[in-house]
Design a protein around this ligand. Structure first.
Ligand code: GRF
Length: 216
């Protein structure tokens, strides 16, 4: 059973999608720790409700050492950024490289940063989506694992587009963890190869009109 540590700063709906997928045995993993840089993050409440150990780690001079120690203390094998808004320092990224993934609400490399949904809307793209990737030392930059594309509708505002993307995030992130747990991700330079095996497209409901990348 893969032990997952989740970093979250906000409401935690991505965290909830992982907790639910573990509970429903869609993925052979368990969330063994949830860390947040915000004391009032609802993600922490979701974790407590699910009986998962939580820690509030405020930004500060020892934050990263504390986080690293907590991850090790809970035998975490995969660290997942799920709406975590702090940049991790190089030493943590180097230590956990290949065991550190993130989800971003845009089709990277476009619209990196804290408002991928709004930037896409303001730029006027007709297609947007979300991306899971291994983290490296640059923001929203590491090797891509899965992507899914959604339409941007003429009537969209930031909220409706973000909601449409979030629905797909809740599929892509648990699936990414599942592929990691199945040891089907091969990382070579910037390329992630997904080894053959099952497909969630054949097993679980897909959202009409969404284009899922190979391996989903
Ligand atoms: C998600 O859209 C995630 O991609 C972005 O922040 C949002 C967090 O949502 N980085 P939640 O906290 O998981 O609900």
């Amino acid at each position: 059973m893969l032990k997952v540590g989740v970093l979250a700063s906000g409401g935690g709906t991505n965290l909830q999608s992982i907790i639910t997928a573990c509970h429903n045995k869609k993925i052979t993993a368990e969330v063994s720790l949830v860390l947040s840089d915000r004391k009032g993050a609802y993600a922490l409440q979701r974790a407590r409700t699910a009986g998962i150990p939580t820690h509030y780690v405020p930004p500060g001079p020892t934050a990263e050492q504390d986080m690293d120690q907590l991850l090790c203390d809970h035998d975490v094998e995969l660290v997942v950024g799920a709406g975590y808004m702090q940049m991790l320092p190089s030493w943590i990224v180097q230590k956990w490289y290949g065991n550190l993934i993130n989800i971003h609400p845009a089709l990277l490399p476009s619209f990196k940063g804290t408002d991928g949904q709004g930037d896409a809307l303001r730029y006027g793209v007709k297609i947007s989506g979300c991306t899971t990737h291994f983290m490296d030392e640059k923001m929203d930059h590491g090797p891509i694992i899965l992507q899914a594309a959604v339409k941007v509708m003429p009537s969209d505002d930031r909220e409706t587009l973000a909601h449409r993307i979030l629905e797909v995030e809740h599929q892509l992130l648990p699936r990414t963890i599942d592929l990691f747990a199945q040891q089907r991700l091969v990382l070579t330079g910037r390329t992630v190869t997904i080894l053959p095996g099952d497909s969630w497209r054949d097993t679980y409901e897909t959202i009409p009109g969404v284009l899922y990348s190979e391996g989903y």
